[in-house]
Design a protein around this ligand. Structure first.
Ligand SMILES: Cc1ncc(COP(=O)(O)O)c(C=O)c1O
Length: 372
């Protein structure tokens, strides 16, 4: 096997020791808090990574699309939750999945829930569902501050084709928080809101077995909170510049890295890398402070090189502004921590799995690009 530095760039590299540490740390936190862990596969999109998460104690996997569920089922994952309000037009594929694996999804609309119930009655099945609650992200889900969520949940519980398991939320607004204390407060508010709904439902005779939450910034806080039964972080498996910016992890915890080469150095203050938006994506980063640029170039010490800023991207070019003395010359290699690991994974066919410069294996990104 060639070494990493012998392979052509750009490469999407998984640092195996860092990924294993990330998987273990979250599994231990979930176990210590008495929560089940169901990582979101949106980050890695890989049956190989999912199997390691399950081996470390995860009960199964989360995904967003039926096609992802199909890939993870084929990879041997037994319990899959589609945490996205999918349409009942997918019923035939969901029924087919039910023959091999345990499958659940979410609902946040009575018409859609009724559609699923009707489809399941027609198929002679019952579909496990959770009601998606909007705890502040204001994306989808029932917002209990705007409408009677207990009434909604009660109506879903009465639909014959559905087996109501509980509540599910995603505190995506944790990414806009200004401090770790603010992230902890978001996790506490989420748990309190969900607990009030569980109590309200119990008062109406509707028992909810599961309360599923999950975002990487809030997950370690949620692990310690009462009333929650399940954590669904996704990004934690790789981490990225955003997680560093939010104080979740340091650079050594970023398991997904881009290895790129300097292909041009046309001016003293500008060099070009062979990774543009086709590799890095054009996503920005989040954090407590400013996060300019399209990823961070690490120096030989594993810390950001302060003299290099990936200022703009075209498809094949990462244009770097050089603001200080640099060791780099054409042909030299750099290591980049991307702003957002999940979207980088979705752009690549292959992971190169490495330990330092040693290539351990290559792995296909099985579920990349699957949008339905
Ligand atoms: C519904 C849902 N659950 C869990 C997650 C995982 O969150 P994170 O990417 O912060 O780990 C996401 C991410 O978008 C999500 O949409």
């Amino acid at each position: 096997m060639p070494t990493l530095s012998e392979l052509q760039t750009p490469l999407v590299v998984l640092d195996a020791p860092a990924m294993t540490r990330n998987i273990t740390r979250m599994a231990e936190a979930a176990a210590a808090g008495g929560k089940q862990l169901r990582p979101h596969g949106k980050t890695h999109k890989s049956g190989w990574v999912a199997a390691q998460q399950v081996a470390a104690g995860a009960v199964g996997l989360t995904c967003a699309k039926p096609a992802e569920a199909e890939v993870f089922a084929a990879a041997g994952i037994q319990d899959i939750r589609i945490a996205y309000p999918i349409s009942p037009t997918y019923a035939a594929r969901i029924v087919a999945l039910m023959d091999g694996v345990r499958i659940s999804t979410v609902v946040d609309d009575l018409g859609v829930a009724q559609g699923w119930s009707d489809a399941m009655v027609a198929a002679g099945r019952r579909l496990e569902v959770l009601v998606k609650i909007d705890v502040g992200t204001h994306r989808c889900g029932i917002d209990p501050t705007q409408r009677d969520a207990v009434a909604f949940i009660t109506q879903v519980s009465q639909m014959p084709g559905l087996d109501l398991r509980g509540l599910l939320s995603h505190a995506g607004h944790s990414y806009a928080a200004g401090s770790l204390d603010a992230i902890a407060a978001i996790a506490r508010d989420e748990a309190a809101m969900l607990a009030r709904l569980v109590d309200g439902c119990a008062a109406r005779g509707v028992e909810l077995a599961e309360v599923s939450v999950g975002s990487t910034p809030s997950a370690l806080f949620s692990a310690t909170l009462d009333g929650i039964t399940e954590l669904r972080p996704g990004n934690y498996v790789f981490h990225d510049r955003t997680q560093v910016g939010l104080g979740v992890v340091d650079w050594s915890g970023c398991a997904l890295r881009i290895h790129a080469s300097v292909t041009a150095f046309p001016a003293p203050d500008r060099l070009v890398l062979d990774c543009g938006s086709k590799v890095l994506s054009s996503d920005g980063a989040r954090g407590f402070g400013p996060t300019p640029g399209f990823g961070v170039i690490l120096g030989p010490d594993g810390q950001p090189d302060p003299g290099l800023l990936i200022e703009r991207l075209s498809e094949e070019h990462g244009v770097v502004t050089v603001t200080g003395p640099t060791r780099l010359r054409i042909g030299d290699r750099v290591t980049i921590v991307p702003n957002h690991a999940c979207v980088v994974a979705n752009l690549s066919n292959t992971y190169v799995v490495a330990d330092g410069d040693e290539v351990l294996e290559t792995q296909k990104v099985d579920a990349r690009g699957l949008v339905n």
